[in-house]
Write a protein that binds this ligand. Sequence first.
Ligand SMILES: Cc1cc2nc3c(=O)[nH]c(=O)nc-3n(C[C@H](O)[C@H](O)[C@H](O)COP(=O)(O)O)c2cc1C
Length: 187
Amino acid sequence: MKKVCRILGFSGSLRKDSYNKSLLRAALELLPKDAELEVFDLEGIPLYNQDLENQPPERVKEFKSSIRAADAILIATPEYNYSIPGVLKNAIDCASRPYGDNAFLHKPVAIMGASVGMMGTSRAQYHLRQCFVFLSCFAMNQPEVMVPFVQEKIDKEGRVTDQKTRALIKQLLENLVAWTRKLAPST
Ligand SMILES: Cc1cc2nc3c(=O)[nH]c(=O)nc-3n(C[C@H](O)[C@H](O)[C@H](O)COP(=O)(O)O)c2cc1C
């Protein structure tokens, strides 16, 4: 029997009613049977300061161990000013240091993102993919889950109601599990 594929998800938005947090909640509902998803809240990760990188704050230690314990990573990001939010970049920077102790090294990673605009976070997602090059993690290419005009696809309770979006998230999760097993057949 296959082992359960453990996915760690996090949102680049700290907002309580974040649409990107809604995407992660939808992912929890749409997981393949042989996968589980833990959602990590980036709240509480302080601003990175290289002077302190050898004494990381507790929240950064928790974040890094959660990444290391996971078989795969799922990031839901908004787009801020045509890029990724500082909150997400800062969390990635924290987890990638000190040099030689990058928690993302060789992790399979999938991205999804929702915005109220027409581009559906595409510009932010391509910036995020650029970070993955130096992080040396294995970014999955397809499907691209870029959700434009998200305010029309989520109800008042924060549930993703748009069936095409739900189908894309389901496909993303299935592909991520397959991608993870391809990279590490023992998973
Ligand atoms: C600082 C800031 C910059 C933004 N820049 C963009 C942008 O470049 N492109 C875009 O489509 N939406 C932009 N937005 C609107 C976001 O799509 C919208 O706030 C969205 O709800 C953020 O995701 P969240 O609901 O997960 O917090 C911006 C919002 C903020 C707060």
